[in-house]
Design a protein around this ligand. Structure first.
Ligand code: SAH
Length: 362
């Protein structure tokens, strides 16, 4: 870490405390406790302004100003839903757009975090999938979504706490396990005691089913797993989710069975209900068979229609009948409340519209 030309500044938010200590000590000749101070400013207070870090020397602050980036994302648009959901659109330094969705509830404040701009998985029903993969987000950009929304919520709700968010779900744009290294670094930072200190119980990573990476997630992290299953036969699933041609349902459920579960924990299976495609009684019955022996709960997601993709929403009565069949088969299932539909922020609708097309905040 010696030479860092100004056009390649150090991305401070993406450094673990260990890495930050290395940088400050080796490259800047500082004492290790300075790194801890800086880390707390960045990750506990969410501070982006070096001038406010008054317990750091002026010389250190000047050095950081010339060599480091503390704010890789800027909020570019906020859209508020009538149900309290807020979609934050962020702009990266290289002008890419990504979205994070804030979902407040009485007992928790959850952020749906993005891990990529676009997505390579090409699920046929998903809007983000139509973008293709533009690029991975850096660890700093993943962490910056959390800090950015913490600041915005604290400001908007006039809170005294600097970290109102309690839960994180990696269910935004992109496939988290397709950007595993950056995801893992971001989790290390977000879970660190000296930093944001999120509990593993309050973090869920959702995947389309990249089997080898599910294994790594289980071995190298302690967060909760969600799997987007979305079908009950391989023929069906391969149509909807091309990833199934590489790792089919049997391989995926094997990985689920091997996933280390802490006591009492279950794997969440997401199942998007598509009218006339995967919502028949036979699908529900097959699902019961497939999930036998796996500590599972099923989130049934009413499809959010995306114009042009050719899928329709399952009606409420059908969704409930589907859930009842799962329940009779002793599979815990919930029909997920749809949030933020009015601002196209619900599952599978994240596809950052280019500036001019974007609807204005409500
Ligand atoms: N790529 C990861 C993380 C994204 S999670 C994954 O797929 O798990 C987004 C969830 O929304 C997935 O379960 C996906 O199946 C679901 N989804 C995608 N498009 C949707 C739509 N239009 N309506 C409802 N759910 C959708």
């Amino acid at each position: 870490m010696s030479e860092h030309p100004p056009d390649h500044p150090i991305d401070l938010l993406g450094l673990t405390l260990e890495e930050l200590t290395g940088f400050l000590v080796d490259a800047l000749g500082e004492r290790p406790f300075r790194a801890r101070q800086l880390y707390r400013w960045l990750h506990q207070r969410g501070e982006t302004d070096l001038d406010r870090m008054t317990d750091l020397s002026k010389a250190l602050r000047a050095e950081l100003r010339s060599r480091a980036d503390l704010a890789p994302l800027a909020i570019d648009l906020e859209q508020r839903s009538i149900d309290g959901t807020v979609k934050y659109r962020f702009r990266t330094r290289d002008g890419r757009l990504l979205e994070s969705v804030y979902m407040p509830a009485p007992d928790r404040k959850t952020l749906c975090v993005s891990t990529q701009v676009g997505c390579a998985m090409a699920c046929t029903f998903c809007m983000t999938g139509t973008l293709g993969l533009q690029r991975n987000l850096t660890a700093a950009e993943i962490v910056a979504q959390v800090h950015g929304v913490n600041r915005a919520v604290a400001r908007d709700e006039s809170l005294t706490t600097t970290r109102p968010l309690t839960n994180l779900v990696f269910m935004g744009m992109g496939e988290p396990l397709h950007n595993f290294e950056n995801l893992k670094t971001a989790l290390t930072i977000l879970q660190s005691e000296e930093g944001p200190n999120f509990s593993h119980r309050h973090i869920t990573v959702s995947t389309v089913g990249l089997v080898p990476m599910i294994e790594r997630l289980g071995a190298e992290t302690d967060v909760k797993l969600a799997i987007s299953l979305n079908a009950s036969t391989d023929a069906q699933r391969s149509e909807l989710m091309p990833v199934n041609r590489k790792w089919n349902i049997a391989a995926l459920l094997d990985a689920a069975r091997r996933f280390p579960l802490r006591q009492g924990r279950r794997i969440t299976f997401e199942y998007v209900l598509l009218r006339g495609v995967n919502d028949a009684d036979e699908d529900a019955l097959r699902l019961v068979q497939l999930l036998r022996g796996i500590p599972a709960k099923v989130n049934l997601i009413p499809y959010n229609e995306n114009p042009g993709l050719g899928f329709a929403t399952t009606g409420e009565a059908r969704a409930e009948a589907f859930r009842d069949i799962l329940a009779q088969g002793r599979v815990a299932a919930f029909v997920r409340a749809n949030r933020g539909r009015d601002i196209a922020t619900a599952c599978g609708q994240l596809a950052n519209l280019a500036g001019g097309e974007a609807r204005q905040a409500l």
